[in-house]
Write a protein that binds this ligand. Structure first.
Ligand code: HEC
Length: 155
């Protein structure tokens, strides 16, 4: 007869609970550094960007309660870190028109293709659910796929 080791469920539960507590002590960066230069956009576009993008692409992240609970906090902080690194609407290249152009082009591409906001984000942030019209408005503002260099005009 092969000896079978019985796993004690109680031991497993206690170990899991202990691990859950322990990982809460891993430091997570949830800072909002000072705003450097905010992107210029007409009010309606600015509202859409704030609602749908700023949590990951700005220094004005609203950290939800679950961003304080590991391991979800690690994922959230990672999205913010990555998001800000790629595009920060509050650290906008104020004077570098080429850089602005590149970013706006990326914005038009990502939003036009429905790639942004990041999948799943709008489940917990209903204000980030963009209607086709809202997507089109952002794409038009950002210059569209084949537009002239996108300015920050007020249309
Ligand atoms: C939940 C976090 C989150 C939200 C909300 C979000 N993004 Fe992102 N975004 C990311 C992450 C993470 C990346 C980098 C990884 C990737 O490209 O998928 C990214 C990448 C991008 C890129 C590509 C930058 C590059 O140079 O590759 C653009 C453009 C972008 N996002 C625009 C937006 C816009 C516009 C919105 C709002 C409509 C938005 N994102 C909302 C997390 C987010």
């Amino acid at each position: 007869m092969t000896p079978r080791r019985r796993v004690n469920l109680r031991t497993v539960a206690v170990a899991l609970a202990a691990a859950t507590v322990a990982i809460q002590f891993v430091p997570v960066d949830r800072t909002n550094p000072p705003v450097v230069h905010e992107v210029g956009a007409p009010a309606d576009i600015a509202t859409l960007l704030r609602g749908a993008c700023y949590d990951c692409h700005s220094r004005q992240t609203q950290w939800p309660w679950y961003s304080r609970v590991a391991p979800v906090s690690w994922i959230v902080a990672d999205h913010v870190r990555e998001g800000r690194r790629k595009l920060d609407f509050t650290d906008w290249p104020a004077t570098n028109l080429d850089a602005q152009d590149d970013m706006l082009r990326e914005v038009a591409k990502e939003v036009g293709a429905g790639e942004m906001p990041l999948a799943g984000y709008d489940w917990v942030h209903p204000q980030a659910k963009l209607s086709p019209q809202q997507r089109a408005a952002i794409v038009a503002w950002a210059g569209g796929p084949s537009a002239e260099p996108a300015g920050q005009d007020n249309e």
